[in-house]
Design a protein around this ligand. Structure first.
Ligand SMILES: NC(=O)c1ccc[n+]([C@@H]2O[C@H](COP(=O)([O-])OP(=O)(O)OC[C@H]3O[C@@H](n4cnc5c(N)ncnc54)[C@H](O)[C@@H]3O)[C@@H](O)[C@H]2O)c1
Length: 462
């Protein structure tokens, strides 16, 4: 560790960064924190990761890169691991006191009542009170409610004794993470980053450090809460727009308009930003971020942001709607759903990533179990494992045998070329529900599938 970076002139800080003297600690080396830590290490800065997950820490320290679905980072990992630029520990006291810059990439989930909570950040904040060295810089990358840093985290780190005072003895700011799982490296090289801090000096320091690691634009924000508000705004925008197309899809479905055709044409208009309907909106970001925004609104006036609340209701209804389509298919086939074999294709919350956090597949599977259907799962990211109490399939073609109904929940690449004629030849009863607009509905009908496409409308037999 070098002398306090808080006391350095601009020039001294740049020199410390460029000569790789700055030491970085990333607390929380999960989906976002690990690639972040690797990018810092790859820029030449010695980086230590801290995580309470001992298995994860042991895996990383044994030289195994755990994020197989993040292209590009495996070779960066190999490189920084070999060069001893990156290691991990479970102990905050091993990482924090020896580091100049502490990044927090901790989870900010919600409970089963949809209330967001910040226990990991609060717990780490308390430990920072004990272990932070005077002159260090703390940067929160986690997605938080605007005001959390100013109103809560600073107080926790300072503690009752005010051993270290924010802005004087340590710097604090935010640089909210906006990357998409499955393409984090690409996003890190493309998406601008927002920088907000307790004061301009700290914001400038963060900007200089990030400029060394990332080539993207760094957008100065007036403070932490504005930067966090931007992050939430972009994701609530998506959640709401998806809710809008989900509602349209349900309407169009009933009057025989193909929503996919509508959207393909609508997006030719310069100011239309396309979003697609689906079985639901999951993942660690969109649903949580809407509830974070609602939580923020509640602190002012519980009547605010009605639209966001309704948007959530619409998106949370989608698993039931998809199930209704399936039941409709069973009715057409004059078959009972009870004891039937139903194959779920794709359980990740989004295509081409291994992540089932808040996935709509889970409530769909729960409802199917309640209906006493026999549920099978095939997902290329979850082969031969156990998930949601079900042993998953290893091979899609084998899984199709003896299947009465197929429900496509996640449009992984492997499912893009599903041929209706092939499905008819394999399945016991050819009921197919496509919740992602992957299968051509005319080809489906022609092949003899009992087909329901979300937002596609029934195609009458000629
Ligand atoms: N995953 C995404 O798509 C994404 C995108 C942008 C922003 N974010 C935000 O980034 C933050 C991190 O998300 P993530 O997806 O990387 O989460 P994650 O669960 O994959 O990783 C978080 C890591 O923190 C560790 N951890 C939890 N409590 C800890 C503690 N007390 N001390 C040390 N380590 C602890 C966990 O073991 C885990 O490895 C969240 O705020 C999230 O909203 C996520």
């Amino acid at each position: 560790m070098i002398n306090s970076i808080m006391e350095m002139s601009s020039q001294e800080l740049i020199q410390a960064i460029q000569s790789n003297k700055l030491k970085v600690c990333v607390i929380g080396v999960g989906r976002i924190g690990l690639p972040t830590a690797l990018s810092f290490a790859n820029s030449g800065l010695t980086t230590i990761g801290v995580d309470i997950n001992k298995h994860l820490v042991d895996t990383i320290n044994s030289g195994v890169f755990p994020l197989k679905d993040e292209p590009g980072y495996d070779s960066i990992f190999e490189n920084v691991f070999r060069e001893k630029k990156f290691q991990t520990t479970t102990e905050i006291k091993e990482g924090v006191p020896a580091s100049d810059v502490i990044l927090l990439s901790l989870p900010t989930p919600m409970n089963n009542q949809n209330v967001p909570y910040y226990d990991a950040l609060k717990s780490v904040g308390k430990q920072l009170h004990d272990h932070l060295t005077k002159g260090s810089l703390v940067i929160v990358e986690s997605t938080i409610e605007p005001g959390f840093v100013e109103n809560e985290l600073i107080k926790i780190i300072e503690g009752d004794d005010k051993k270290l005072k924010a802005g004087k003895d340590f710097g604090i700011g935010v640089c909210p993470e906006t990357a998409n799982p499955g393409q984090i490296l690409v996003d890190f090289e493309k998406l601008p980053r927002l920088v907000g801090a307790i004061d301009d000096r700290t914001a400038n320091m963060i900007t200089k450090i990030y400029r060394h690691v990332f080539t993207v634009d760094l957008i100065p924000m007036p403070d932490c809460k504005t930067a966090n508000a931007v992050k939430l705004t972009t994701n609530v925008f998506r959640d709401l727009n998806i809710a809008f197309v989900n509602e349209l899809a349900i309407l169009f479905e009933k009057i025989g308009i193909d929503t996919m055709k509508v959207l393909e044409a609508a997006k030719t208009k310069y100011n239309f930003q396309v979003h697609y309907p689906g079985a639901g909106v999951g993942g660690p970001c969109l649903p949580v971020n809407s509830y974070q925004m609602l939580n923020l609104a509640k602190s002012v006036d519980s009547g605010l942001l009605r639209l966001v609340r309704v948007g959530r209701e619409v998106n949370e209804h989608m698993p039931q709607h998809v199930l209704d389509l399936l039941l409709d298919g069973f009715a057409e086939a004059s078959k009972q759903i009870q004891d039937s074999q139903i194959l779920i294709l794709g359980i990740s919350y989004k295509p081409d990533v291994k992540d089932v956090q808040l996935t709509p597949a889970e409530p769909i599977i729960e409802k199917l179990k309640q209906l006493k259907a026999k549920v099978k799962i095939y997902d290329p990211y979850y082969k031969s494992t156990e998930i949601f109490g079900i042993k998953t399939e290893n091979n899609m073609v084998d899984a199709l045998n003896n299947t009465d109904a197929l429900l496509l929940v996640t449009a992984h690449k492997e499912f893009h070329d599903l041929e209706p004629t092939f499905l008819v030849s394999k399945m016991k009863t050819p009921i197919v529900v496509d919740s992602r607009g992957v299968i051509d509905n005319h080809a489906a009908k022609k092949a003899g599938l009992i087909f329901r496409g979300l937002g596609r409308g029934k195609i009458e037999s000629s």
